[in-house]
Ligand binder design. Structure first.
Ligand SMILES: C[S@@+](CC[C@H](N)C(=O)[O-])C[C@H]1O[C@@H](n2cnc3c(N)ncnc32)[C@H](O)[C@@H]1O
Length: 406
């Protein structure tokens, strides 16, 4: 437990360092968000964590796990919270809804919206609601309303909202979230797009939502009516896995033994530095490739010839009995410089590897350094503008998400 009485100056010092760092790196850009992060004592909302952990910008403090140890609730990492507050355009006087409670982020929202605004926070889990209420009361944020509710229905009693901020991973956009927004209100949501999670800030325009900001993030998954488990295909026993998040799933029988054959490779000439983000490449492949999935390898297991670019969620594609994934190789004596390519297996492996490599080269020529796709969302029963390939419509239960590469 953090001993506050013994160490408040240290907490203040760590908070100052945290906020200075987020300002310096450009995550915090508005005065309102900066003032809020300087004001709210984050450590009081994560009393189970050491002060250094509570004030580590990249660290989420897990507050509840299921029986398998999987995180169900957390105080999200401060850099993600600051990023999403900025994306949402939250400002003084606004009415706001937070979906997924913890206390800390609701307190930040209360600071930003001020005495003339109002914040409601809902969580599906009674323990989380009780904890958030207790922490908010203890820290003096008594005007925040915390209620137990399934996010599927938003929270009508406090609507309409100028901003809805979803702080739990969502596969879909339930109609209530849009219906409870004011005209011109924003919905900021960690949305799963063909397996990749992006924090998307949507604006309500006419009968649809238009994204104005898209950022990389990760969140615990939605429970309740909006839960949507990924589907898993295991290869090489359980050492290699493919995950599929939309409706398509490969014919598992055709892929059995695919990794026993020869590995073919195709290289692109496209280079990347080791610490340089390339999240638009992942989204580009997830949009452009039919049969897209995410490949992972068990770091404790034997992956055989499978050497993906990362072990947890590597862009991959399946076509009938063949499989390819994104890979990198070192190109020079510089240990921080790599070349993108593809590894592939199966009867169409060579063609599939070249398909991935061609797409990487096209991303490099046309989209690298750009903002990524335009993202719009429509109700499932609306007429949807279908973009030309490589654009894609993701058909969710409630929404149609349209990704267009300009
Ligand atoms: C990452 S935590 C929220 C963090 C919090 N906003 C903070 O202050 O950092 C995600 C929360 O979403 C909640 N949740 C999951 N599914 C939900 C649902 N369908 N409706 C409401 N809350 C849900 C979980 O119980 C969990 O407490």
């Amino acid at each position: 437990m953090t001993d506050l009485a013994a160490d408040p100056p240290r907490a203040e010092e760590l908070r100052r360092q945290l906020v200075d760092g987020l300002v310096d790196e450009g995550t915090i850009v508005s005065k309102g968000v900066e003032t809020a992060l300087r004001a709210v004592p984050r450590h009081l909302f994560a009393p189970e964590a050491a002060l250094e952990e509570a004030y580590d910008a990249r660290n989420a403090v897990v507050t509840k796990r299921d029986e398998h140890g999987v995180a169900l609730s957390s105080v999200s990492a401060a850099h993600i919270q600051a990023m999403m507050l900025e994306q949402s355009g939250l400002a003084e006087g606004m009415r706001a809804l937070e979906i997924g409670s913890g206390g800390y982020n609701a307190a930040l929202m209360a600071e930003v919206t001020g005495a003339s605004g109002h914040v409601t926070s809902v969580d599906i889990d009674a323990d989380v609601v009780a904890r958030a209420r207790g922490l908010l009361a203890r820290t003096g944020y008594t005007a925040v309303r915390v209620e137990q509710a399934d996010a599927e229905n938003g929270y009508a009693p406090s609507a309409p909202y100028d901003a809805v901020i979803v702080t739990v991973g969502a596969w879909d956009l339930p109609p209530a979230w849009t219906e409870q927004l004011t005209a011109g209100g924003t919905l900021t949501v960690p949305l799963r797009l063909n397996g990749l999670t992006r924090s998307v800030a949507f604006e309500r325009v006419d009968g649809h939502l238009a994204a104005r900001s898209v950022k990389v993030c990760g969140f615990v998954p939605m429970q309740g009516a909006g839960a949507h488990p990924e589907r898993l295909l295991q290869l090489r026993g359980t050492h290699v896995a493919l995950r599929f998040d939309e409706h398509w799933f490969p014919d598992a029988d055709r892929l059995q033994g695919v990794l026993d054959g020869e590995r073919v490779e195709a290289w692109t000439g496209v280079r990347i530095g080791s610490a340089v983000p390339f999240d638009t490449l992942q989204l580009w492949l997830a949009t452009a490739l039919d049969g897209f999935g995410l490949l992972s390898v068990d770091p404790e297991g034997d992956p055989g010839p499978v050497a993906p670019l990362n072990t947890k969620a590597c862009p991959a594609v399946v076509d009938e009995a063949s499989l390819a994934y994104l890979a990198v190789r070192r190109v020079s004596d510089d240990p921080a410089e790599f070349e993108f390519g593809a590894h592939a297996f199966g009867p169409q492996g060579r063609e599939l590897a070249h398909r991935v490599a061609d797409l990487v080269r096209r991303w490099d020529r046309e989209y690298r350094g750009g903002p990524g796709p335009r993202i719009t969302a429509f109700p499932a029963d609306a007429a949807v503008p279908v973009p030309p390939p490589p654009g894609r419509v993701l058909a969710k239960r409630h929404a149609r998400i349209v990704l267009t590469w300009p």
